[in-house]
Ligand binder design. Sequence first.
Ligand SMILES: [Zn+2]
Length: 110
Amino acid sequence: MSSADNFVFPEPEDQDIDAGPHEPIPYVDGNAAAGALSEIFRIDIIAALGRCRHCGAVRAFGAAMVFTDAPGIVVRCRDCQGVLLRLVQTPTRYWLDLSGLSYLEIDREE
Ligand SMILES: [Zn+2]
């Protein structure tokens, strides 16, 4: 019997059966932060280019690593994992920390 015959796509609850102490924290891509950020930025943030202050990488915001299992949303650089952006929402306010970005390059709407 080949191993392909026995392949079963793992159920979500089975994913960390072998989890060790240094198992990576799950994250999603920049699209996951788009909803909350679209309330602040009236621009297409996903297509915007951002420069990481930590390593200098310039990438589309949509390529960033978004951690939602944190106090608020934490967006990290895909190259160096440095924090690019933090966003905390309360019922009346947003707290937005962009200190990990040197700049954002945003296409102007036509
Ligand atoms: Zn970086």
